[in-house]
Design a protein around this ligand. Sequence first.
Ligand SMILES: [Zn+2]
Length: 98
Amino acid sequence: MRKTGPDLQKAVPAIQRCRACRGQGFTKGVFFELDCAACDGTGWLGMDGMPVEPAALIRALGRRVTEAEQRLVNQVKASVWIEENNRRGPGGSHFTGD
Ligand SMILES: [Zn+2]
């Protein structure tokens, strides 16, 4: 499923959820919710543990969304296939001949 084109890899950094705020981008203070200092309030960090610049982060998130959508589509396809197979299963092949 890899696209050809040399710029895909360098444009999209590897990212991880910020552990300090559990990916929410803010931490709960006593009275206020504060922007998470570890990730600059984005909820995401590069694999080196440093905040990612916004443009690169957007590309990285976009790729994650695309992958997640693809996974969903595949799951739906798979469940439809299983459903159809089950329908054809018990009773479906039952043949009352003579
Ligand atoms: Zn954070």
